[in-house]
Design a protein around this ligand. Structure first.
Ligand SMILES: Cc1ncc(COP(=O)(O)O)c(C=O)c1O
Length: 454
């Protein structure tokens, strides 16, 4: 299927050369890059300037939850652009007010105020700022194996190697281990044990840090880039109880896990837990216009009724972004997209990956929910030695490079991170497209099997 329209862009022919000459990319050694030129995308497919097409099984950076170029979402942005492109954050605006109303209607408990940001990292910055301002405390606890963004505080909260190049960080951020049964930090052998021990560990960390010094505990409700780690039942509830006991704000970072990704509006809904603050971004409008935000419990917002909130952004509540959130929520409801995400996880992706796991000696574990899945690749199923070392690069990362190359050759583009392939297609993907993509991954895993010894 060649979908190139030579008239789409006058800049397409020179896109690669100008990228290499002038575009400085995220998280990269600039000289090592050889980016594909994406010419267009629709639904769950994207294509390059040479006529290659792929099923987008990464939803870009796990943000295109509604699929590419949804016509109603595009039309809503166009209509808002024709009406009012931009307006200062200090005035009221209909698109902003309606987006806030809709988001708080969906959010659990009394989380009924929204501070809009430009993306996920500044949502995290402001959630922490709100928690510190509300509690008058300074310390924040976050997990190893987490990602919270690339700016000042959020990169220090991040529990993965992206933090290393940004150290040293402040003393008032403390890390703890979260649950991850396949590679348990607690020598647990069951979900129940993992849950109990992870909670005891967190309680111990709080004890030695002094819970009265802790403003917030931040966690990804379901850890995303660092492995799609679904918490065992009872874990979030246990964290909630610890936070309540000590007057600590519970921040659930749902920048990746929210807005359909887990088959729920918010991942916390699955466990019926109400945090004090929720951060969102990506799936809220599928990234058609950059946006993010913090949903704030009433009592925290009230702390700033007479006291000035010490934060702000020129584009907080940008009309184009807010109109796209309003439209996206409407489309989610009309097209029952949350239900589709849940169906895909329960009936198509989960069973499909289980079959793949049976067949391939390189698959150590598959796990996930909704349209949020990981295939953890190993050299030896018994020892669980990862297919490539933690944070591998260069020659060490070659086996994963081979698997990804095989996937792309087979017309599917998942997300690769360390020793995992992550299967995170749009929530709107059809059953047949999922089967097609999984078949491509199935064949590609032969490239991993040749390294498997156990
Ligand atoms: C859980 C989580 N929090 C925060 C961020 C940062 O979001 P952004 O890249 O929009 O700043 C990300 C991005 O991947 C994320 O996955």
């Amino acid at each position: 299927m060649t979908q190139i329209d030579p008239n789409t862009s006058p800049w397409l022919a020179s896109a690669y050369a100008n990228d290499r000459a002038h575009v400085f990319h995220s998280w990269s050694a600039q000289g090592a890059l050889d980016p594909v030129v994406i010419a267009g995308a629709k639904g769950s497919r994207m294509w390059d300037d040479k006529g290659n097409t792929w099923l987008d099984f990464s939803s870009q950076l796990v943000n295109v939850n509604i699929g590419h170029q949804h016509p109603k979402l595009v039309a809503a942005i166009q209509a808002q652009a024709a009406r009012l492109c931009t307006i200062a954050p200090s005035v009221a605006n209909d698109a902003r007010s309606e987006a806030a109303r809709l988001i708080t209607e969906l959010a659990p408990g009394d989380l009924d105020m929204v501070f809009f940001t430009n993306g996920g990292t500044d949502a995290v910055e402001n959630a922490v700022r709100l928690a510190r301002g509300h509690t008058g405390r300074h310390k924040v606890l976050s997990m190893y194996r987490s990602y919270h963004g690339a700016t000042g505080t959020s990169i220090q909260l991040t529990g993965d190697p992206r933090r290393w190049g940004n150290e040293p960080g402040p003393a008032n951020i403390v890390k703890f281990w979260g649950p991850y049964l396949y590679r348990s930090a607690f020598h647990a052998t069951t979900e129940k044990e993992e849950c109990e021990r992870a909670l005891q560990h967190l309680a111990d960390v709080l004890m030695v840090e002094g819970p009265h010094t802790v403003a917030a505990i931040i966690m990804e409700t379901v850890v995303g880039t660092n492995g799609i780690l679904v918490p065992p039942d009872g874990y979030l509830k246990g964290v909630r109880e610890l936070c309540t006991k000590h007057g600590i704000m519970m921040i659930c970072d749902e920048v990746m896990a929210g807005f359909g990704r887990c088959g729920e509006w918010f991942a916390v809904n699955r466990w019926k837990v109400t945090p004090d603050l929720i951060t969102f971004a990506k799936g809220s409008n599928s990234g058609y216009v950059p946006v993010g935000g913090v949903i704030i419990k009433r009592a925290i917002a009230d702390s700033f009724k007479t006291r000035v909130f010490p934060g702000g952004l020129t584009y907080s509540g940008h009309p184009l972004a807010c109109a796209s959130i309003v439209a996206s929520i409407g489309i989610f409801k009309e097209e029952r997209i949350i239900a589709n995400a849940r169906h895909l996880g329960d009936d198509v992706i989960g069973p499909g990956l289980a079959k793949i796991a049976e067949k391939h000696p390189s698959v150590g574990e598959v796990r996930g929910l909704g349209v949020f899945w990981a295939i953890e690749l190993v050299r030896d199923r018994r020892t669980r030695e990862p297919l490539v070392p933690f944070n591998a690069s260069g020659a060490d990362a070659k086996p994963m490079g081979e698997v990804m190359a095989a996937c792309k050759k087979n017309g599917v583009w998942p997300f690769a991170h360390f020793n995992r392939l992550q299967v995170t297609p749009p929530c709107t993907t059809s059953d047949d497209e999922i089967r097609e993509g999984l078949a491509g991954i199935d064949r590609a895993l032969e490239a991993a099997d040749k390294y498997a010894t156990g």
